[in-house]
Design a protein around this ligand. Structure first.
Ligand SMILES: Nc1ncnc2c1ncn2[C@@H]1O[C@H](COP(=O)(O)OP(=O)(O)OP(=O)(O)O)[C@@H](O)[C@H]1O
Length: 422
């Protein structure tokens, strides 16, 4: 769940939190594609039309293999669907096909052919997730375009795969690989059973690798919307970042930040960004630290129902992170016994540095990955260098006992941007 922010006033927000007066062509999502790009998208629905803008954007990069299994795709193989295709694939967008709902529309389960990705009958081929954007949303177009541009161009094991898209009249849709275990947010906050600690570590490590990939590109990509609900999980609980609607190219070499409209989600947005609109690569690191804190505590980044002074998780718990002996007291009580005190101390340290008020004092995501790999190593039931168990697991919430079933049409709660900036 997100309590969303934008530099626009709440009165300019629609009921769903989308900004009704944002122009579809004003790049209000912060992506830096030229206006001619917009024209291309507006006037053609073919992959050829899109390809030219991919190469334009790809020229920002060195192209080819980036390392860590990440790729910049020189000619993205996105399938262009007709609206009818996706109506068929989702059984007419039936409510029982719905996987969830976000700030910009509903996500449905659809069936497509495994090889050709063509729509198929329910039960044959493979499942895909079909996001249908609210047709009345103008902001939605900018988000849709950003998603197609960034996700269509980038490939990494920790980024969700975009398979195709549809733009037909007012209809904007995106087709993704299906992530059967839902989001980190759904496991942490929407289930009665505590989510096992070792899965939490595995997931934040995967997400950190995804973010490190974006930050390691020759022209850095700032994700800008890092949060638990945007970390999706495959059948193996491997994390993949989804939702590139707010992603933005990082600053050019001589600059440290880009200046942009303030958008994101309450509780996750970095203080310098909230105060000035200056967005740094390190603003993503702050949001990552917030997710680490959520994972440690089982508490949401922002919850207006908590007592006064505790609504914002970082503001509430930073003093505890600063006093090292206090860190164990903020850990989620439901998973007591699943982690060692060394792991807790390491987690407290890295979280505190990620949420440092000064972006310069935050680590690079590459360093965060290294630390989390170490933590995972000392955390796993069997030590990395031996087979001796190092951590006991509580029977109630051990990973072996953890069950997960996708709840079709699970409530999406209120999502991004329902509120004005504080
Ligand atoms: N590829 C996917 N596979 C399976 N479920 C998905 C997929 N993409 C999205 N979902 C589910 O659909 C729901 C809505 O996702 P969506 O990305 O639209 O919004 P969100 O990230 O939850 O919120 P917001 O729009 O505020 O960022 C979520 O519950 C998510 O778990």
């Amino acid at each position: 769940m997100g309590h969303c922010i934008s530099s626009l006033s709440s009165s300019s927000s629609s009921k769903t939190g989308l900004h009704s007066h944002a122009s579809t062509n004003n790049h209000s999502n912060g992506t830096e594609f030229s206006s001619s790009t917009t024209t291309t998208l507006a006037t053609t629905n073919s992959s050829v039309g899109l390809r030219s803008q991919f190469s334009e954007a790809a020229s920002e990069y060195s192209g080819g293999i980036i390392g860590d299994s990440g790729l910049i795709l020189e000619s993205p193989a996105l399938r262009v669907y007709s609206f009818q295709d996706l109506t068929t694939a989702t059984k007419n967008f039936r409510s029982d096909s719905m996987l969830g709902q976000g700030g910009f529309g509903k996500v449905y389960r659809g069936w497509i052919d495994t090889k050709t990705l063509a729509p198929s009958k329910a039960g044959s081929g493979m499942i895909a997730a079909v996001k249908r954007l609210n047709s009345e949303s103008v902001q939605g177009f900018a988000e849709w375009r950003s998603e197609v541009n960034f996700l269509g161009m980038l490939s990494h094991p920790n980024l969700v795969k975009l398979l195709g898209y549809c733009r037909e009249d007012k209809e904007l849709l995106l087709v993704y690989e299906f992530m059967p275990k839902g989001s980190l947010e759904s496991h942490l906050f929407r289930r009665n059973e505590p989510f096992p600690w070792d899965l939490r570590i595995k997931i934040v490590l995967g997400a950190a690798r995804g973010l490190a990939f974006l930050h390691g590109l020759q022209r850095e990509v700032i994700y800008r919307d890092f949060k638990a609900s945007n970390i999706l999980l495959d059948s193996n609980f491997d994390a993949k970042l989804s939702d590139f609607g707010l992603a933005k190219f990082g600053p050019s070499q001589e600059k440290s930040h880009v200046t942009t409209r303030i958008m994101g989600t309450f509780g996750y947005a970095a203080p310098e960004y909230m105060a000035t609109g200056h967005l740094y690569v390190k603003s993503d690191v702050y949001a990552f630290g917030v997710v680490l804190l959520e994972v440690m505590t089982g508490e949401r980044a922002y919850n207006p129902k908590r007592p006064k002074g505790q609504e914002n998780l970082v503001e509430w718990l930073r003093p505890e992170l600063l006093r090292k002996h206090r860190v164990k007291h903020i850990m989620d009580q439901g998973i007591k016994g699943q982690y060692s005190s060394k792991v807790v101390a390491e987690m407290g340290r890295i979280t505190l540095s990620c949420v440092s008020p000064d972006p310069k004092n935050r680590p690079h995501m590459k360093e965060v990955v290294d630390v989390l790999e170490r933590i995972q190593c000392i955390n796993v039931v069997t030590d990395c260098s031996s087979t001796k168990p190092t951590v006991s697991s509580s029977s109630r919430s051990s990973p072996r006992h953890y069950q997960y079933g996708y709840r079709a049409g699970a409530p999406g709660v209120e999502r991004r941007r329902p509120a004005a900036r504080t």
